[in-house]
Design a protein around this ligand. Sequence first.
Ligand SMILES: Nc1ncnc2c1ncn2[C@@H]1O[C@H](COP(=O)(O)OP(=O)(O)OP(=O)(O)O)[C@@H](O)[C@H]1O
Length: 459
Amino acid sequence: MQLSEAKILIIDDDVDVLSAAKLLLKRHAKAVDIEKNPQKLPFLVTNADYNLILLDMNFTRDVNSGREGFHWLDRILDINPSAKVIMITAYGDIEMAIRAIKAGAIDFVLKPWENDKLVATIQTALEANPAPAAIQPAPGNTSEKGKEDKKGKTQTDTIVASSAAMQQVLNTSERVATTDANVLILGENGTGKTQLARHIHQHSKRSDKPFVTVDLGSISESLFESELFGHVKGAFTDAKEDRAGRFEEAKGGTIFLDEIGNLTLPLQAKLLTVIQERKVTRVGSNKPISLDVRLLCATNMNIEKMVAEKSFRQDLLYRINTIELELPPLRERPEDISALAEYYLKLFSKKYNRPVSDISSALIKKMQQYNWPGNIRELQHAIERAVILSQGKTLQPDDLFLKTTGNQPTTATGFDLEDMEKTMIVKALKRFNGNITDTARELGLSRAALYRRMEKYGL
Ligand SMILES: Nc1ncnc2c1ncn2[C@@H]1O[C@H](COP(=O)(O)OP(=O)(O)OP(=O)(O)O)[C@@H](O)[C@H]1O
């Protein structure tokens, strides 16, 4: 839809912002309504057919948390799930803008805005299809679901594996998938252990039965038994009715015990008994129930070392590691980086309706030089942010924020370029009393590039 045919609503409690926006937009749009009081939003959204809503993140009642903006965004989307909402955010709120887009806003503009940029953002939003709430299946891949993992990030079923190391892990995992062997998956955080466990399940003869994941790191010692083995009514104060545990839920399928290295020794003993006997007894009962469950486990800890230090039982390790698969950290498989980056670029540009379609070779190089302490989860997160924030069609090195870590290559001169850059920005900001446009001009940066650097350095 063209802006000249669009009916736009602007909600902001700052009358100056409202008048400035109206003055600008009425020259381009068919109709522009303004409203100072967000309480009127439900009425307005229900009764008028707006093609686009510009919504402030922060109202005076709740100065900077943006919570009110999120609340009103939710209300609008409840009333009209396909509403197009552009959030108006103040400088320094990039994190919140990203959250708003994840929550369903179509885009955001930073205050004070550049007129041309605002008009262009609105036009792009009007032309876009409403953002799908969840990631849609990739064409030709019906098993692709796209959901949030336990750390709130996108989880997909596609395993990107270009490197020889990953190919080998995949081949072995597919071979062992068809057996009932217990598998222990080792690897740093975010290397894809959960994803590989699901892959093994999907390639096993149990694939049409449940795949049950248990994060042992997040279950308290007191709840361990009832959570895993179930309980009968009256077994303890809160046991209002009989409940099956996770092992029983996985009947006929696979149970994936993540973070197994976090189990205390007494709990290791309990788990060992269940695995040896292939039976569970619900808390408060004396009737053992036979299990038909395939066991997969994972840990990011050095389990051999734990055995040597006697903090992990050797007999339990022998039970769970019939096959051991090790996922290499991302920094040891740079060949996977560009394939992963391309994969997530496509996924997120589609999810957020962004026109970004390429990654520059300079950015790929930057990514290959980085050490990725958070592995694939970190890469996924970095690309997601870059896609949301990027202004162009091709992602450039500046579009990607990477944490600087001790393992990063440093400059041979002993000067830290990033420290120098930060100092220059601080000085320029001071000199121009925080004026972004003047500071950016002085430093030879675009305003967006300056904002990105300010965010990177926490300014
Ligand atoms: N080979 C891969 N290709 C594409 N995406 C991947 C791949 N491996 C992992 N991912 C994605 O990276 C994220 C982290 O993966 P996953 O949760 O499996 O890691 P993990 O090793 O289990 O992490 P943790 O140790 O924190 O439990 C997920 O969103 C997952 O979908």
